[in-house]
Ligand binder design. Structure first.
Ligand code: FES
Ligand code: CO
Length: 353
C-alpha cells in the first residue's frame, strides 16, 4: 500500500510536550513522545507503535523519563524503559532507538535486540509532526514524495503563520482534498463569504500534471470581498498545487488594489478509508486581522463545508468509471479530474493497516 510509504501529519507539534500522546494513522495506533529539550531547543519527537513488546500494554499510558543516560519512554505496566535518540547515543555499546534498556523487575538482565519497540520515522514540519510507516520503494514513490510536502511561506519570516484545526471529518482524505480544489462550490456553500451564486462561473486555468503532483495556475472565481477593506466583489486568481495525495496548497498573491498575499495548505491525516483529520496551515503577508480572527474565519468556512463533504456517497473517491458508483463531470471540474488521475497513477487505495 503506497500510503504507508508517504509522510503524513499526525498531530500539531505543540501538542507533544512532556507526556506521551496517542494517535492513529491509517488504522495503526501510535505513541508520540518528545525527548526533554536542551538549552531552550525542543527535544526530538519519536513515533512508535503504541504497543509494548513485553505484554502489549499501550506505551502512550506511560511516561517520559529524563534519565542520566538519555531520554527514555517507560511502559505503564511493568516499567520497562525504552531508549530514545540520546539514550541510544550514550549507551556503552551503541543500541537502536526503541531498544529496551532497563527491566526494573530484573535489573541485571541485559535485554537483547528483540526487546524493542516498533519505531517509525518522524519529523516536524509546518507546525505538525509527520510520520512515515514504511520506507519508500523508489520504483513506485516519486522522489518528491519521499519528503513531507513543501510549504515555503511557513518558514518565511516576513509572513505570519497560523495553524487551524484539527478538524476530524467523517469522510476520506481525497474527498476533502477535492473539496479544497473545487472553486465552483464557493457561490453555494460559502455564499456571501467566498462567492456569490449570481457569479457562479469559474475559470479552471491551466493544469499541469506530473508524476509527483499537480499545479493549476490562473484559476479564477468571484469573491464578494477579496480582502479586508475591499468595497466590492471581483474575480480573484488563485494558484493551486497538490504536492501529495492528501495535501493541497492554495496561493493568492497581492495584486493591484489588493495588498494581501495568502497561502493556505491543507494537510490531512488519513485515519481510515472513511475518516480523516485535517489542519490548515495559513500564511499571510499584509492581512491585518489577528490570529484568532483568522482561525475563527477558517473554522466558520469549514463548518459550511463539513455537512456537505460528510454527506457525499461513497466516502471514498470513485476513481475512473469502473466502480459501482460512477460520478459525472463538467468543464469546471478539470482540477478534480486531474487529481483523480494523480491518485490513480500513484495507486492510492486508502486501505488501512
Ligand atoms: Fe510493558 Fe510489561 S507490558 S513492561
Ligand atoms: Co469549501
Amino acid at each position: 500500500m503506497i500510503e504507508k510509504q508517504l509522510w503524513h501529519p499526525v498531530t500539531a507539534s505543540h501538542r507533544v510536550r512532556e507526556a506521551p500522546v496517542a494517535v492513529e494513522l491509517l488504522g495503526k495506533p501510535l505513541v508520540l513522545w518528545r525527548e526533554p529539550g536542551h538549552e531552550g531547543a525542543p527535544g526530538v519527537v519519536h513515533a512508535w507503535a503504541d504497543r509494548c513488546p513485553h505484554r502489549g500494554a499501550s506505551l502512550s499510558l506511560g511516561r517520559v523519563l529524563n534519565h542520566l543516560h538519555g531520554a527514555r519512554l517507560e511502559c505503564p505496566y511493568h516499567g520497562w524503559q525504552f531508549g530514545g535518540d540520546t539514550a541510544a547515543q550514550q549507551a556503552v555499546v551503541p543500541v537502536a532507538v526503541g531498544r529496551c534498556v532497563h527491566v526494573p523487575a530484573a535489573p541485571l538482565f541485559e535485554p537483547p535486540a528483540s526487546h524493542c519497540a516498533t519505531v517509525f520515522e518522524a519529523v516536524e514540519r509546518h507546525g505538525l509532526v509527520w510520520v512515515r510507516l514504511q520506507r519508500p520503494d523508489r520504483t513506485h514513490v516519486p522522489a518528491a514524495l519521499t519528503e513531507p510536502p513543501a510549504f515555503e511561506p511557513w518558514s518565511d519570516p516576513l509572513w505570519r503563520q497560523v495553524l487551524c484545526g484539527p478538524y476530524e471529518v467523517n469522510t476520506s482524505a481525497p474527498r476533502l482534498v477535492e473539496n479544497f480544489l473545487d472553486l465552483s462550490h464557493f457561490g453555494f456553500v460559502h455564499e456571501g463569504w467566498l462567492g456569490e451564486r449570481s457569479h457562479a462561473q469559474v475559470e479552471t486555468g491551466r493544469v499541469e500534471e506530473g508524476a509527483d503532483g499537480l499545479v493549476a495556475r490562473d484559476c479564477k472565481a468571484w469573491q464578494p470581498r477579496a480582502y479586508a477593506g475591499a468595497s466590492e466583489g471581483s474575480f480573484i486568481a488563485y494558484r493551486y498545487t497538490v504536492p501529495h495525495p492528501f495535501a493541497a496548497v492554495l496561493r493568492k498573491d497581492a495584486a493591484e488594489g489588493d495588498p494581501v498575499s495568502n497561502a493556505i495548505a491543507l494537510f490531512i491525516r488519513p485515519d481510515s478509508a472513511a475518516s480523516c483529520t485535517a489542519w490548515f496551515a495559513m500564511a499571510t503577508l499584509g492581512d491585518l486581522s489577528d490570529d484568532e480572527e483568522l482561525r475563527a474565519f477558517q473554522d466558520a468556512v469549514f463548518a459550511q463545508d463539513r455537512p456537505i463533504v460528510e454527506s457525499q456517497v461513497p466516502k471514498t473517491l470513485p476513481i475512473g468509471q469502473d466502480g459501482p458508483i460512477a460520478e459525472v463531470h463538467s468543464p469546471a471540474d478539470r482540477m478534480s479530474s486531474a487529481y483523480r488521475r494523480f491518485l490513480a497513477r500513484l495507486g492510492v487505495s486508502l486501505g488501512v493497516c
